[in-house]
Design a protein around this ligand. Sequence first.
Ligand SMILES: [Zn+2]
Ligand SMILES: [Zn+2]
Length: 139
Amino acid sequence: MTTRGGCLCGAVRFAASGESTHPTLCHCESCRRSTGAPAVAWTTFARGGFRFTAGTPAEHRSSPGVARTFCSRCGSALTYARDELPDEIDVIVAALDEPEGHPPADETWCDERLAWMDRVGTLPRFPGARGEKVTKPKR
Ligand SMILES: [Zn+2]
Ligand SMILES: [Zn+2]
């Protein structure tokens, strides 16, 4: 089984073989700042089965022993890897071609979670841009 994904502009593409594990929604401040998103969904692949198939991403060391990659052209965040876990690479679910297949199984770093995330799921929903037609979230 091969899972494929890439950045917004298409310059960087990747492929990962095998099943992914530990899908999570991370609320840590580092993920937030590095992606510009309030929380980030990740899933983990074996590093040996992961490869970039197009382009070479830029790398940022966000903490000691931590490498985050992103597209230097469009800025999309792509992966996270720890030096002390050389067999694993975390991949941003939103960068996958089929993100629906990787729902988070838990939420991590909830001590740093934005309090207003509790309201997500209760807000008015528009099918596209904000307009007159509102659909109520199902509760
Ligand atoms: Zn790009
Ligand atoms: Zn995080």
